[in-house]
Design a protein around this ligand. Structure first.
Ligand code: C2O
Ligand code: CU
Ligand code: CU
Length: 524
């Protein structure tokens, strides 16, 4: 079955309303529920898991420094998952129930016990809570600059399945600095989450129960990565969006499990909308950056200004050219996955408010590599598990191995991701924002033999649209990607991981601990 493109309108996620206030803080409640939703005109309604009854979940709008409370509750079936659960991988083993959830606010600076630690999962009615955690309402202080965050499930061993089932939504932080720029807002600001999915004939979600070829002895079994054959934006397959011939602010999020996107408008009569990027994962850039195309790895966000002025009556397909796996795999299918959505430009502008492109945005403080008190070389490795399946690791260690990364609070560190695999991995650190210092080619064989780095070419600076604060970085094969971060905010244990969800679940995730002071680093 081939679904027709551009027949459904792009939905706009609604904004979540608080339930009231607790201790003078806005208080929200978000239940996770089984829902049925139409994802395409010609598909029967699809059973999904949604936050507060919708997929994607409702958008939470927050103001910088205004704390909010969110009680996330699980009203899902007690032990029947929507998708095939592999019980051989970390944290999914019996007697752990199949249906477990915990919510992480991606990109938020929050205390460890509100971060959604993978093992802090809970089940329907909080009947069970993962080891060492007390079930609580999460506190989000919003003590960080305006940007687009997203909340999604993070339960150990089944994150890929829970997110695929629909558990993801936007979380916007606003501040005065951003508001003073008079950027397009209201109808002219559109958050768009891009995700790939596959469907069965009856409209239900398809997710493979085993890889090809199958693994002897394990069924269901995790797959090394997953690529759907349709692309959804805000929960509709290949939608269209009517726009006016003026400036729009588009907040893009790649919410896919494994798929990268390289996005570009197909020109019509030699014309295409002008696209500028104004912000990265963690906030605004210093000035707008003109884009020819945009690469977006899983979990990365791009804050864009798109100008449809003078393009009255034209229809533009937002196209994707990213190979799967990225960057050396197969090209997307021109009839399906090479298309994301369509923008249809009308003839009337209802309001010309906030219709100008600013030249300057915000000051971005540069972290100085000379101030780093520690440089860590962290490998991204390929290995095999006990069933002979591909196993991806960070620093050659499993999630359950003792903590080895223990940055001191308020100190600056440089983390160098030494990619020894053939794929790009989007590496994400919880708690902190960081800057990309450089990417540099190195001699892999020499590194494998000696453990020492020999560079084989000059360092490349980050792309001009990456020169702001990030929380997820593409670590490419053949390169060492260096980032710099100040480990501020909170003490405690946080994950860092690859954001390809199939990798994160098996086993490309490690805990790190922010500590008070250095005594004996091996102790932590
Ligand atoms: Cu968006 Cu640890 O994740
Ligand atoms: Cu995160
Ligand atoms: Cu990965």
């Amino acid at each position: 079955m081939q679904l027709e493109k551009f027949v459904d309108e792009l939905p706009r996620p609604r904004v979540l309303k608080p339930k009231g206030s607790v201790d003078r803080l806005e208080y929200y409640e978000v239940p996770m529920k089984v829902i049925k939703q139409s994802l395409h005109r010609d598909l029967p309604p699809t059973e999904l898991w949604g936050y507060d009854g919708s997929y994607p979940g409702p958008t939470i709008e927050a103001r910088k420094d205004n704390s909010i409370l969110v009680k996330w509750t699980n009203e899902l079936p007690v032990n029947r998952h929507l998708l095939p659960v592999d019980t051989t991988i970390h944290g999914a083993e019996p007697p752990n129930p199949h249906v477990r959830t915990v919510v992480h606010l991606h990109g938020a600076k929050v205390s460890h016990d509100s971060d959604g630690y993978p093992s802090a999962w809970f089940t329907n009615g909080f009947k069970e809570v993962g080891p060492d955690f007390e079930r609580k309402t999460y506190l989000y202080p919003n003590n960080q600059q305006a940007t687009c965050l997203w909340y999604h499930d993070h339960a150990i061993g089944i994150t890929r399945l829970n997110v695929y089932a629909g558990l993801a939504g936007f979380y916007m932080i606003r501040d005065n600095e951003e508001l003073s720029l008079n950027l397009p807002k209201g109808d002219y600001e559109i958050p768009i989450v891009i995700q790939d999915r596959s469907f069965n004939e009856d409209g239900s979600l398809y997710y493979p129960a085993e890889p090809t070829p199958p693994v002897p002895d394990v069924y269901p079994s995790i797959v090394p990565e997953f690529f759907g054959d349709t692309i959804l934006a805000n929960g509709k397959v290949w939608p269209y969006c009517d726009v006016e011939p003026r400036l729009y602010r588009i907040r893009l999020l790649n919410g896919s499990n494994s798929r990268f996107y390289t996005l570009k408008f197909n020109p019509v009569n030699g014309k295409a909308p002008h696209v500028m990027q104004i912000g990265t994962d963690q906030g605004l850039l210093e000035r707008p950056v003109h884009l020819m195309e945009l690469i977006l790895a899983p979990a990365e966000r791009a804050d864009l200004l798109i100008d449809f002025t003078g393009l009255d009556g034209l229809e533009f397909v937002l196209a994707n050219s990213a190979p799967t796996p990225f960057p050396m795999g197969e090209n997307p299918d021109p009839n399906t996955t090479a298309n994301v959505m369509e923008f249809r430009v009308g003839n009337i502008v209802k309001s010309y408010k906030n219709n100008t492109m600013p030249d300057r945005l915000v000051e971005v403080e540069r972290l100085d590599p000379d101030c780093a008190c520690k440089i860590r070389n962290l490998t991204l490795d390929e290995s095999t598990d006990q069933y002979g399946r591909l196993l991806l690791l960070l620093t050659g260690q499993n999630w359950n191995d003792p903590i080895t990364e223990t940055p001191v609070i308020n100190s600056i560190e440089i983390w160098r991701f030494v990619n020894t695999t053939v794929d790009t991995h989007p590496i994400h650190l919880h708690l902190v924002k960081f800057q990309i210092l450089e990417r540099r080619p190195y001699d892999l064989a020499y590194y494998n033999a000696t453990g020492e780095i020999k560079y084989t070419g000059p360092a490349r600076y980050p792309d001009s649209n990456e020169r702001g604060w990030k929380d997820t970085v593409r670590a490419n094969p053949g390169e060492i990607t260096s980032i710099i971060a100040r480990f501020e905010g909170y003490l405690g244990v946080y994950p860092w991981h690859c954001h390809i969800l199939e990798h994160e679940d098996h086993d490309m995730m490690r805990p790190y601990r922010v500590v008070k002071k250095v005594c004996d680093k091996n102790k932590y």
